[in-house]
Design a protein around this ligand. Structure first.
Ligand SMILES: NC(=O)c1ccc[n+]([C@@H]2O[C@H](COP(=O)([O-])OP(=O)(O)OC[C@H]3O[C@@H](n4cnc5c(N)ncnc54)[C@H](OP(=O)(O)O)[C@@H]3O)[C@@H](O)[C@H]2O)c1
Length: 241
């Protein structure tokens, strides 16, 4: 049987990099997507190869339709098919990001990537959308200062993908969502800590924040197992009450 192939967007660091390592450890050839940090993506690839896994760096800004088309064409040429697509790349909190950026990245780019990837995805293929509780439960629960555009746009991205779920199911493609509380030690939580320390402390008061490994494990599980729930929640049990 051919080695399964997964594209993990935004895998040059953080949660995406850990998902890439876990999928590779499970025998998948992982395409480690990055926007601009080629050196970091190559280090993730080297680490996977050193551990005996298969991986390749795959640069493309997912907001750039032409770059996404070129990436998918290259995947088609090299592998014929894409078995797993992990929609992990996200943003909007960056200093100086223009106001429309969060929606372009967290909604529009996600939907376009799925649409363009479909010709490579056969029945049995899986798509996983990675989100945060602060976005998944938007607008029903409070969000940290400065995070609202990200919460709104990631919620809109999730809604757009869920609207496509019946059409995906018709093609035999599963769509899964994995939502996490603030994840300990990540750059996003460090940024939030600066903007709104009380919101981070409030989450820590509920329970220890989940680790990158815990969150990535559930994302990898959703990507690999056909019986994973439609939505998996990691941490933040109080959100579910
Ligand atoms: N951190 C948390 O507390 C937390 C909690 C719950 C859910 N999540 C979700 O988990 C996912 C990953 O979060 P993270 O904290 O690991 O993120 P992160 O550290 O900010 O990493 C973002 C990754 O996305 C890439 N990226 C950004 N814009 C891109 C674009 N336009 N095209 C392609 N790649 C792009 C970056 O690549 P470059 O390095 O090349 O720029 C980087 O690899 C996100 O969906 C986030 O919402 C995070």
């Amino acid at each position: 049987m051919a080695t399964p192939v997964a594209l993990v967007t935004g895998a040059s660091r953080g949660i995406g990099a850990e998902v890439a390592r876990l999928l590779a450890a499970a025998g998948v050839h992982v395409l480690v997507n990055y926007r601009e940090k080629a050196k970091r993506a190559n280090a993730v690839v080297d680490g996977i190869r050193a551990a005996g896994g298969q991986a390749s760096a795959a640069g493309a800004d997912v907001c750039d339709g032409a770059q996404v088309e070129a990436l998918l064409a290259a995947i088609g040429e090299r592998f014929d098919a894409l078995d797993v697509l992990v929609l992990n790349a996200s943003g909007g909190l960056e200093r100086g990001a223009d106001p429309s950026y969060a929606m372009r990245l967290n909604r529009d780019a996600q939907l376009r990537l799925v649409t363009l990837a479909l010709p490579l995805m056969a029945p049995g293929a899986r798509i996983v959308f990675v989100t945060s509780h602060q976005a998944h439960f938007y607008p029903d629960k409070p969000v940290p200062d400065g995070y609202e555009p990200i919460a709104q746009s990631k919620r809109a991205g999730e809604d757009a993908l869920l609207a496509a779920k019946p059409a995906l199911a018709k093609r035999g493609i599963e769509l899964k969502v994995v939502s996490g509380d603030m994840i300990d030690g990540t750059i996003i939580v460090r940024l939030l800590q600066r903007k709104d320390p009380a919101s981070v402390e409030a989450r820590r008061d509920q329970a220890p924040l989940p680790s990158v490994e815990e969150f990535a494990t559930e994302i990898a599980r959703a990507a690999l197992q056909s019986n994973a729930p439609g939505t998996t929640y990691v941490g933040g049990a109080d959100y579910l009450n």
